[in-house]
Design a protein around this ligand. Structure first.
Ligand code: ZN
Length: 262
């Protein structure tokens, strides 16, 4: 299977789905990273041009640790994806389109639209727009980077299936890969934050009892209805893994509605 991982900043995918990606890589799925920005503004002390070079080197180290051979850099200035206009916007859309055309991905990973970071949301919107323009039927897989998506209100993003993926076997390597983004980890202990977040999600969704996992990542599927074969292959590859769609869309939303009415 071929997988395109669109990420606004070059540490987003490892933070959000580092365990999920390792599982796919272990099954020899062909993963390609698409870095939308060069992350030049991700520091208060390192000048932008220098930081872009440092972050490119950090990203290379992460790819080599995880065995990810392919990548595409679009070189957009971070903080500006949603502000692109005119010819620059068209050329970025064209680059996304030609990447999709050449790669012929079975799965396309993008940040959820519910993410609060403007670059993350803009990446979602941009890729979805190009995918729809090209009438592609690939399976879209949505991930969140730090903040929990607002699935309860079903706005502004909906995933028709929400999966919880156990990553106990992959957690150590995931944290090590995050630490390779030294320029970012020196600002905040993202490796420890991610370990805590993945453990929190496991307990919040009772993963220790249901799938025997102490760390989990959560992803949302869009387009699984007409991608049954790819969805089943993904479910097999991500084991241990559980469908928690009901928890997101079912019971809690009913309870919230009842509370509002009562
Ligand atoms: Zn980011």
């Amino acid at each position: 299977m071929k997988v395109l991982c669109f990420q606004p900043h070059n540490d987003d995918c490892i933070i959000a789905i580092g365990g999920t990606m390792q599982k796919m890589a272990k099954k020899a799925w062909e993963l390609t990273y698409v870095y939308i920005t060069d992350g030049r503004h991700g520091s208060d002390v390192i000048p932008p041009e220098k930081l872009a070079r440092i972050r490119r080197a950090e990203a290379r180290e992460e790819r080599s640790l995880l065995g990810i051979q392919h990548y595409v850099e679009l070189g957009v200035e971070d903080g500006c994806i949603g502000k692109l206009r005119g010819r620059r916007l068209e050329s970025v859309k064209q680059e996304i389109g030609s990447t999709l055309m050449v790669n012929k991905a079975d799965l396309i990973f993008i940040p959820t639209r519910s993410d609060m970071h403007p670059d993350h949301r803009a990446t979602h919107d941009l890729v979805v727009e190009v995918v729809e323009d090209m009438k592609l039927t690939a399976l879209l897989v949505k991930y969140f980077i730090w903040l929990f998506p607002d699935f309860y209100r079903k706005l502004p993003d909906v995933a028709e299936r929400v999966l919880m993926v156990g990553i106990d076997q992959e957690m150590t390597q995931k944290a090590a890969a995050i630490r390779l983004h030294q320029s970012q980890v020196s600002k905040g202990s993202f490796d420890s934050m991610v370990e805590t977040l993945n453990a929190y999600l496991a307990y919040a969704f009772r993963a220790p009892a249901s799938i025997g996992a102490g760390y989990v990542e959560i992803i949302g599927l869009s387009g699984s209805g007409h991608n049954a074969r790819k969805t089943n292959e993904l479910l097999r590859t991500l084991e241990p893994c559980a469908d928690i769609t009901e928890v997101f869309h079912g019971r809690p939303s009913q309870r919230i509605r009842a509370q509002l009415q009562g």
